[in-house]
Design a protein around this ligand. Structure first.
Ligand SMILES: *Cc1c(COP(=O)(O)O)cnc(C)c1O
Length: 395
């Protein structure tokens, strides 16, 4: 058994083709705002079955653009999952909106459609309905989008899917991102995600005005489209129509992302093979393995395990033992509403008890395309040792 090298929880896979694609851009005329960003946008739109794609320098920026395009502003309410990266909530705060959190489903760890329905009933009575709900496809598995979409129709809110974990996933046999059950869907290309552009994100939609709004706001609120200009004095001319940001993706990022996209399906197949191997290795361990709903094909961004209810204190011990042995386990996620920033806004422990209980007992095991079976066996062996040492399991 190889004992060398730290095994992170997630890691990019860079090929010679990826490197060549980036070098080609370095030798070209454009480092930013050139043809490769457009090609990457077209390729993602095509892959996920969306009509429009707008590239951004991160998924965080793309989420902000999506909120702006849907008109989120001061006084509005936006709801998301507590079991996510902070960016899913912060995007609404950038717009001055109030954020609230809908507790998770105890099996999928996704924003729970039943809890959402209950919370909406109550919010309707209080006249505090959300303008936008942001379901997060945790670990790559789609939320129950059919149910969430039906609630959107009933209560009149818009939907932004945070699909940062879910490029290449399908739901009910259709690609996540095709807009069947949402207004805008956002992907992340951070290096730990399924494919990477270094940093980068993309918002996809089937609504031309939303796409146009996001594009304008990603480039300082400016336009050069002849049909939008108030005058056309010459080719140098552009107009600022609104206050935007510099959220542009570079050609270098797009070249890497486009090259990686060619291997997306292969990456996900590798992750599924690893998932199966963990299932076999860990099947007799007293832990809960990630549940896969039958109508989902997940990109499998993460492999979160859950320790038994009786062993809350054990999580830190297991985490520390694995880390000391060179296994880069991580915890996804600290419930967003328990962050000091959100506590200062009035949230407290107990707001989302299921997400809090899940957080206290979860650990993500390494999962990434280049992880091999020898490394997975080592993870399993060390996890067994850690579970025995922490008395979750008897020797
Ligand atoms: C990674 C991630 C983001 C942010 O992505 P960036 O590209 O790093 O800005 C947002 N939401 C979720 C769920 C993520 O995992």
């Amino acid at each position: 058994m190889s004992n060398s090298g730290f095994i992170p929880y997630g890691k990019q896979s860079i090929s010679e083709d990826d490197i060549a694609a980036v070098v080609d851009v370095l030798k070209s005329d454009f480092l930013t705002q050139g043809p490769v960003v457009t090609a990457f946008e077209d390729a993602i739109a095509n892959k996920v079955g969306a009509q429009y794609a707008v590239a951004a320098n991160s998924a965080t920026s793309a989420l902000h653009l999506a909120c702006l395009a849907l008109g989120v502003t001061t006084g509005d309410r936006v709801w998301t999952s507590p079991n996510t990266f902070i960016a899913s909530a912060n995007c609404a705060r950038y717009c001055g909106a109030e954020v609230d959190f809908v507790d998770i489903d105890p099996q999928t760890y996704n924003l729970c459609a039943v809890q959402l329905a209950k919370k909406l009933q109550q919010a309707k009575r209080q006249k505090r309905l959300p303008k936008v709900v942001i379901p997060v496809h945790f670990a790559g598995q789609s939320c129950d989008m059919q149910a969430i979409h039906a609630l959107a129709k009933e209560y009149g809110f818009a939907i932004i899917e945070d699909a940062s974990h879910a490029i290449g996933s399908t739901y009910q046999g259709q690609p996540v991102g095709n807009g069947r059950f949402s207004d805008i869907c956002v992907f992340s290309f951070h290096p730990v995600k399924i494919i990477t552009s270094g940093e980068g994100g993309m918002a996809v939609t089937n609504h031309a005005p939303l796409a146009q709004h996001m594009r304008t706001h990603a480039q300082q609120g400016t336009t050069k489209s002849p049909n939008e200009l108030t005058q056309q004095p010459g080719d140098w001319y552009y107009e600022q129509h609104t206050l935007g940001f510099n959220y542009r993706m570079t050609e270098l990022q797009a070249a890497l992302g486009l090259s990686q996209l060619a291997r997306l399906d292969a990456f996900i197949e590798q992750r599924h093979a690893q998932f199966q191997h963990y299932q076999t290795q860990l099947k007799d361990f007293p832990i809960t393995l990630p549940h896969q709903a039958p109508d989902n094909y997940s990109a499998l961004h993460l492999f979160p395990i859950l320790l038994p209810k009786t062993s809350k204190a054990a999580r830190k011990l297991v985490f520390d033992i694995l880390r000391q042995a060179g296994i880069g386990t991580q915890v996804h996620y600290i419930p967003v509403h328990t962050q000091p920033y959100y506590q200062a806004l009035g949230f407290s422990q107990g707001h989302c008890p299921i997400a809090e209980d899940y957080y206290a007992r979860t650990l993500s095991l390494p999962l990434y395309s280049e992880l091999n079976e020898t490394q997975q066996n080592r993870v399993a062996l060390l996890l067994k040792h850690a579970l025995i040492t922490s008395r979750v399991m008897s020797a």
